[in-house]
Ligand binder design. Structure first.
Ligand SMILES: C[S@@+](CC[C@H](N)C(=O)[O-])C[C@H]1O[C@@H](n2cnc3c(N)ncnc32)[C@H](O)[C@@H]1O
Length: 248
């Protein structure tokens, strides 16, 4: 039932419609727009390395941290296949223990911070990111918006019947603590044609943009810009992904 355990082995397949190359280009554009020179990057909640590996291929020195041993295992396998050396650490980012300071950039992509459901934990991460960055360094992350989690994913159920994996994904939105509880059931096809079933339970927090901006200010980030849905404009009310671009 733990999150991102067996799911790790089908994660990339189920994310095959996400344009990670485009995502990486967008991140580079956000950095370029700030005129900051970035060489070393720490990526939080790096998962299977879908952002980490392309950035490493582009020549950045990048380290990735994730709480899931299985997700990191997939990242390790992929980077070995590509002949890329990555520093990958298994850690809970709410207890971040990383001792290389003066970093050019700290990143977190694709909902990593929605999994941090308590304000105090998210603020703790922001404080640590601020401490790890050099002066002028960039902290860039995105979250699924409050609108997306409360209204789009909300209490909905999704499912898909694919060639190798079938899943059902049921959501329950709790207004009181502004979280979505996600019950996921997977059936993965084995070589002999049988199916293996497994279940996971995920919980994501719906943060309002203003709440996050306040936490960033408390952590010391004075210059913070918000963009919506891979654009370069302030997020619209129905933006589903909010990018925060912060400069130390
Ligand atoms: C939706 S995945 C995103 C993975 C990757 N960033 C990507 O773009 O594909 C969310 C990731 O957050 C990680 N995660 C959730 N809570 C975490 C925590 N407390 N510490 C570290 N990683 C965490 C999960 O293990 C998972 O790999």
């Amino acid at each position: 039932m733990e999150q991102y355990s067996e799911f790790a082995f089908v994660y990339d397949e189920l994310m095959d419609e996400v344009d990670y190359d485009g995502w990486v280009d967008y991140l580079e554009q956000l950095i370029a727009n700030e005129g900051v020179k970035v060489q070393n990057i720490l990526e939080l909640a790096c998962g299977t390395g879908n952002i980490t590996i392309p950035l490493a291929k582009k020549g950045y020195d990048i380290a990735g941290i994730d709480i899931s041993d299985e997700m990191l295992g997939v990242a390790r396998e992929k980077s070995e296949e590509d002949g890329i050396e990555l520093v990958l650490l298994e850690q809970d980012i709410t207890e971040l223990d990383f001792d290389v300071e003066n970093l050019d950039c700290v990143l977190c992509a694709c909902d990593g911070f929605n999994y941090i459901t308590e304000d105090r934990d998210l603020e703790k991460i922001f404080i640590k990111a601020y401490a790890l960055l050099k002066d002028g360094g960039m902290f860039i992350f995105d979250i699924s918006s409050h609108y997306k989690l409360s209204e789009v994913l909300g209490d909905n159920t999704y499912g898909e019947n694919r060639e190798d994996v079938t899943y059902m994904w049921q959501n329950f939105y709790c207004e009181e603590d502004e979280t979505v509880e996600m019950e996921l059931v997977f059936f993965v096809k084995e070589e002999d044609g049988s199916y293996t079933k497994f279940e996971e339970f995920h919980r994501q927090r719906a943060y309002k943009e203003g709440e996050v901006a306040d936490m960033l200010a408390n952590a010391g980030f004075e210059a913070v810009k918000l963009f919506g849905d891979f654009g370069f404009e302030a997020p619209s009310e129905d933006a589903e992904r909010i990018f925060f671009v912060c400069k130390k």
